[in-house]
Design a protein around this ligand. Structure first.
Ligand code: HOZ
Length: 430
């Protein structure tokens, strides 16, 4: 087992001054019964921990690192922007360029506002939908995670699910009452909810490909059903594409499926690794925001020049490299390697992939929603995680998280990963 003594010391020190030693729960490795490593630096597809261990990384800072870590175009853009000032609190030219870029990539977004995180994006989109419709109730899906927004921390995914807190303490019961949660991929249930309460529902929010309970695909016709029901009842349809946007395709899931929401929450890739979120959609709805309309939303650092310069540089490089097509090729090669390994072992575990996002479930049969994911063999997942990490491959430390490939993952990394995954699976499934 690799030496992680310096990481251990840092974690002990961190726990004295930071709750749980981490600034976001999924980093604590609790779901895999261990302590996290501390990172020293990251470059391309690799990270090095403070003890000098080298890892091939499939977390990619939870999505933003689509070119790989620390691409020179992003570093140069940030350096250049910093020379002109790190924050202004006054309009700057990057904001207009980013808004135009988002609108070009995601045609359902006629107007967009920049914020600092995915959480802010979904929170603001919900408030806007409520202000626009004059209604209070919202619908979300079990296992979908939309950041740590009060009204969305009900039956939530990601860290909330990982740590058995899908319903967070501190969320007033009266808020939670306004959130109707239903299982994903069950048409009859959403139809019933809208038949009974459609006239009271301000917004239906979902990750159109849920990626915070593993990676789950909508069944044929399901997204269209949601589009039709929300349109019929005057409900705002919100796609949370913080993870999938600018990643599974240039224009996100809405480009892949052709189903367009009224509002979209974005983040991760468009920040190039710096703190960025955005929400946008129909001009008619977006123009309800202050200073034009009655829905208040603001932020000192929103539209920060460094963050937007980083995001724009990353998107331009993706264009230049034909990034989304290449990611599909890398994803296919990765999938072939994983499926080959599973065949070799004679195991029929579920493997889902869309573009550069993937999830291996320690489960056979279908995975259509979070209840299916909960049937996974978590003990085997844990063994697999540590066996892979000990051999130099870092997968997300929870069965409920998706993995990410980047343009920096080449044939060499994929071949080594297949070898490691094969050994790790043998250990996990023994
Ligand atoms: N939203 C990220 C993917 N599930 C997790 C990031 C975090 O909670 O720290």
């Amino acid at each position: 087992m690799p030496d992680r003594s310096l990481s251990s010391k840092l974690f002990q020190a961190a726990k004295e001054v930071i709750p749980g030693g981490v600034n976001s729960p999924v980093r604590a490795f609790r779901n895999v019964d261990g302590d996290p490593f501390f990172v020293q630096r990251a470059r391309g597809p690799r990270i090095w921990d403070v003890d000098g261990n080298e890892l091939i990384d499939y977390v990619g800072t939870w999505g933003p690192a689509i070119l790989g870590h620390a691409p020179s175009v992003v570093i140069d853009a940030v350096t250049q922007a910093a020379k002109e000032g790190v924050s202004f609190g006054i309009p700057n030219r990057h904001e207009v360029e980013m808004a135009r870029t988002i609108r070009d990539y995601v045609p359902s977004v006629e107007k967009v506002r920049m914020v600092n995180s995915g959480t802010e994006a979904t929170m603001s989109a919900i408030r806007l939908a409520r202000g626009f419709t004059g209604r209070d109730k919202i619908v979300k899906f079990e296992g979908c995670y939309h950041g740590h927004v009060d009204s969305l921390l009900v039956a939530a995914g990601s860290g909330a699910l990982t740590f058995g807190q899908p319903d967070s303490a501190g969320v007033p019961a009266d808020f939670a009452k306004l959130t109707i949660t239903i299982p994903f991929n069950r048409p009859e249930i959403v139809e019933q909810v809208f038949a009974e309460q459609g006239h009271e529902i301000a917004a239906l929010i979902l990750e159109p490909i849920p990626a915070n309970a593993g990676l789950v695909f909508p069944k044929e016709g399901y997204l269209q059903l949601l589009r039709d029901l929300t349109a019929k009842h005057g409900t705002v349809l919100i796609f949370d594409e913080v993870m999938t946007g600018f990643r599974v395709a240039k224009g996100g899931v809405q480009e892949l499926t052709g189903i367009t929401p009224d509002l979209t929450a974005m983040g991760k890739v468009i920040g190039g690794g710096l703190p960025v979120g955005a929400f946008g959609g129909k001009a008619e709805i977006m123009d309800q925001l202050a200073p034009l309309g009655p829905v208040y939303q603001a932020g000192t650092l929103s539209g920060n020049p460094l963050a937007l310069a980083a995001g724009l540089a990353q998107l331009k490089e993706m264009e230049r490299l034909d990034g989304w097509n290449r990611l599909e090729e890398i994803g296919r090669a990765f999938e072939d390697a994983v499926r080959g390994t599973l065949r070799e072992l004679g195991r029929d575990l579920v493997f889902h992939r869309v573009g550069s996002m993937f999830c291996l479930f320690f489960k056979e049969g279908a995975v259509d929603n979070v209840d299916d994911v909960k049937q996974s063999d978590f003990a085997a997942f844990r063994k697999f995680f540590w066996a892979a990490l000990d051999r130099g491959v870092y997968f997300a430390p929870s069965q409920y998280e998706a993995g990410f490939l980047s343009l920096a993952h080449g044939e060499g990394e994929i071949a080594k990963t297949a070898e490691v995954a094969c050994e790790a699976l043998k250990i996990a499934l023994a």
